[in-house]
Design a protein around this ligand. Structure first.
Ligand SMILES: [Fe+2]
Length: 381
């Protein structure tokens, strides 16, 4: 039905309700819904058997009155291009401790405060994160800042994305919250029907200008579990044969917000904007590093433009499997109190894990600056 409409540059697709999840008829949608149960406010405030939320100012609210028009294009400025790549302001010698977690992806940094960075330091942060793909900064004061100060910091890197369906702190829709309340038995329920909670994706890749440098900071966490997996989509591209890489160049794929919006509406959640479908190149180039990355993911990508369904399904399944099985270009970040993880959504994929059964609260906040519209540069061999 209407594949031509899907193949236009930007399509606003009205959601038909109360329909079940509407899949692109040609698509390979594998969208996994991991939304938590509604939380009990009394439990979150510590009035029952669990300790209170450490950051009650960050508890989620869902305001059905928040209705926004479609996002407008804007010009993104990539600060990573301006960075001194010896990183004197971000990683001053003798002050910062830098530990690479794997050869290509993942670094742990101790000894510096993100909130004190100068603009030069922020430029270096954007570039360092683009190079290392994901960086865990330990012992940060970020969660203790007033929320508007945290947003001011994040706003340096791009226009704040307001998520179409997620909860946010009262008055701050620019903050995307990841919150599973204390006592939530969602893991038990989830695994009645699924074998794994792994759901690789790049955040909101369906937007015309998806996010680049992205911040996620921990507020409350289980004693163990709830780590976050990251995959290096540049190394994944580089592992492919020249012939296959060359074939991927020039191909474009659709990315859909429809399933996520429908899932939210079907559970009584919010829908701040009508869902969009956008096309992006399968191989995108990073504006600061020039590196090329695979940019399709099973949560939001639906089909390859111009191919028949079986062709599209086969290539996408291969790319999803390649990224998911590539433990030799992945890293697993363990959260600690005070950790801020910064990653570049243009050149990575990630997955949360729903693997703890202690009923302990997991609560994080994300700041999601949008970046340029994905583009590709020619195959270089
Ligand atoms: Fe995500």
């Amino acid at each position: 039905m209407a594949p031509a409409a899907i193949q236009t540059e930007t399509v606003t697709v009205p959601v038909q309700l109360p329909s079940a999840i509407r899949l692109n008829p040609k698509g390979t949608g594998q969208y996994k819904e991991l939304a938590p149960n509604k939380f009990d406010p009394e439990t979150e405030l510590g009035k029952k058997e669990y300790p209170p939320a450490k950051y009650p100012n960050y508890l989620p609210t869902w305001n059905p009155e928040q209705k926004y028009p479609p996002l407008e294009p804007f010009e993104h400025y990539e600060h990573g291009k301006d960075a001194d790549t010896t990183y004197p302001d971000l990683l001053p010698e003798g002050v910062a401790t830098v530990t690479h977690l794997t050869p290509t992806i993942g670094t742990e940094v101790k000894g510096i405060q993100l909130s004190s960075l100068s603009d030069a330091g922020k430029d270096q942060l954007a570039r360092f994160v683009a190079e290392r793909k994901v960086v865990a900064f330990r012992n940060q004061d970020f969660a203790d800042l007033p929320i508007d100060k945290a947003l001011e910091f994040g706003g340096y890197f791009g226009r704040h994305h307001i998520h179409p369906t997620s909860g946010s702190p009262e008055g701050h829709p620019e903050i995307h919250l990841v919150h599973r309340g204390a006592g939530d038995n969602g893991a038990d329920k989830y695994f009645e029907n699924r074998t794994s909670s792994v759901a690789w994706h790049s955040d909101v890749s369906y937007e015309l200008q998806p996010p680049g440098t992205t911040f996620l900071y921990i507020l409350d966490q289980p004693d163990t579990g709830g780590d976050t997996l990251f995959a290096d989509a540049v190394e994944a591209y580089n592992r492919l044969s020249p012939a296959f890489r060359e074939r991927l160049h020039g191909l474009r794929a659709t990315h859909s917000a429809i399933e996520q919006a429908n899932a939210s509406v079907n559970r009584g959640g919010i829908k701040r904007r009508e869902p969009v479908v956008n096309e992006h190149p399968i191989v995108r180039t990073h504006p600061a590093t020039g590196q090329k990355a695979i940019y399709v993911n099973p949560q939001f990508t639906r089909d390859i433009v111009g191919l028949k369904k079986e062709e599209s399904d086969a290539i996408l399944k291969f790319l999803y499997d390649h990224l998911a099985y590539g433990a030799d270009f992945q890293v697993r970040v363990k959260w600690e109190p005070g950790t801020v993880v910064v990653w570049d959504n243009r050149v990575t994929q990630h997955s949360a894990l729903l693997d703890w059964k202690s009923g302990q609260r997991r609560h994080l906040a994300r700041i999601t600056p949008q970046a340029e519209r994905p583009y590709e540069t020619p195959y270089e061999g």
